[in-house]
Design a protein around this ligand. Structure first.
Ligand SMILES: C[S@@+](CC[C@H](N)C(=O)[O-])C[C@H]1O[C@@H](n2cnc3c(N)ncnc32)[C@H](O)[C@@H]1O
Length: 297
C-alpha cells in the first residue's frame, strides 16, 4: 500500500483532487490518498509518498511495531491537520524504543506518523519527489499571460486518459508537451506564428520530439483522438453572438473519441447532447474543465 501526501497550489485544489482520483487513488483525508501503486514522478501535485511500515490504534503502537531498520540519524515527524511538524514526544518515544539518533536536520530518512481518519495510525518512510517531470517542465522559457501553469497542463493530461492527444490551439505548447513528457502520443497546432515560434522554443528546451503545425482549429485534421485544449477566449467583448470555444469544440466532435477541455463557465450548460460528460472540474478565471466522450450512433 502506498500513501501519498498531496500538496496543492492555491486555486488548483479541484484539479489536484481530480488528478489523484484519476490516478486510481482513494482519498483518506483532505490531503492523504492511498492506493496499490502510484507513479509519483508523473503526478503534477503529489510531492511526498509514504511507504507504509506499520499501523495501529495509537502513535505508540505504530512506533513500537515499526519493524524495519531505521537508518540513523533520522527525523520523526507527525502529520497534524494538513501540516507536517516535528513531535518531541513521539521522537523521545521512538528513541526509547528503537535507539538511534533523531535529528532535526539532514536526516537519512524521515519517518512520518499520522492518522488519516483520527482513529487508524500509520507510520512509514517518506520519500520526497526530486527531479520530477513537473520540475523539468518548469524550465520552459516561452510563456504568455494566457499560458497554462506547467502543473495544470500535466494534471489535465493525466486526467484526460486516452491517446493520441491533440491540441489544435496549442499556444506555447504546454498541453502537447506535457503529453509527450508523460509518454503519450500527441499532436499540436495553432494559427498564430508567434505562438508557434514560442511552442517550438519550449519544445527544444525540453528536448521533446513533437511536430507543431500551422493550422486553423476550425478545420479538424486528426481522427479518433482525445481533444485536450485550452480554447481561445472570445475577444469580442461587445457581443455574445458566438463563443469561440464552443464553435471550435463543435467542429471537432465528429472527429474525436474523448475530450478534456477548458470552457468558460457559462458555456458548460450549452454543450451539445451528442457528448457524455464524465467530470466537471472547477478551474481558474471562471472556467471549468470538462472531461468526457463522444456518443457514436
Ligand atoms: C488560451 S490560448 C492557449 C494557451 C496554451 N494552452 C498555452 O499554455 O500557451 C489559445 C490559443 O488559440 C490560438 N487560436 C485562436 N484562434 C485559433 C484558430 N482559429 N486556429 C488555431 N489556433 C487558434 C491562439 O493563437 C492561442 O495560442
Amino acid at each position: 500500500m502506498i500513501w501519498i501526501y498531496r500538496n496543492t497550489t492555491e486555486g488548483f485544489e479541484d484539479l489536484a483532487l481530480a488528478e489523484m482520483i484519476s490516478a486510481g487513488l482513494t482519498q483518506a483525508s483532505n490531503r492523504f490518498f492511498y492506493g496499490e501503486s502510484f507513479d509519483l514522478e508523473k503526478s503534477a501535485y503529489a510531492r511526498f509518498s509514504i511507504r507504509e511500515v506499520s499501523r495501529g490504534s495509537s502513535p505508540e503502537e505504530v512506533i513500537t511495531n515499526f519493524s524495519e531498520n531505521i537508518p540513523s540519524p533520522y527525523r520523526l515527524e507527525k502529520i497534524h491537520k494538513n501540516k507536517r511538524c516535528g513531535s518531541t514526544s513521539y521522537a523521545f518515544l521512538a528513541e526509547k524504543i528503537h535507539g538511534g539518533e533523531i535529528r532535526a536536520s539532514h536526516p537519512k530518512s524521515i519517518i512520518l506518523v499520522f492518522s488519516p481518519d483520527n482513529v487508524l495510525w500509520i507510520a512509514g518512510f517518506v520519500r520526497e519527489k526530486t527531479d520530477s517531470i513537473v520540475e523539468k517542465f518548469g524550465q520552459i522559457t516561452e510563456r504568455t499571460c494566457v499560458s497554462l501553469k506547467p502543473h495544470a497542463a500535466l494534471a489535465l493530461i493525466n486526467i484526460s486518459g486516452s491517446s493520441p492527444v491533440i491540441d489544435p490551439c496549442c499556444g506555447t505548447g504546454l498541453l502537447p508537451l506535457a503529453a509527450k513528457l508523460l509518454d503519450r502520443e500527441s499532436y499540436a497546432s495553432d494559427n498564430n506564428v508567434n505562438m508557434l515560434r514560442m511552442a517550438k522554443t519550449n519544445r527544444d528546451v525540453l528536448g521533446v520530439d513533437l511536430d507543431i503545425h500551422n493550422k486553423d482549429a476550425f478545420t479538424p485534421w486528426l481522427h479518433d483522438c482525445c481533444l485536450v485544449s485550452d480554447f481561445p477566449a472570445d475577444r469580442s467583448w461587445c457581443t455574445s453572438a458566438q463563443d469561440l470555444s464552443l464553435a471550435i469544440f463543435t467542429k471537432w466532435i465528429p472527429f474525436i473519441k474523448t475530450f478534456c477541455v477548458i470552457f468558460p463557465d457559462q458555456i458548460v450548460e450549452k454543450l451539445p447532447s451528442t457528448i457524455v460528460i464524465n467530470k466537471k472540474i472547477k478551474f481558474t478565471a471562471g472556467r471549468t474543465i470538462v472531461v468526457g466522450e463522444v456518443i457514436r450512433s
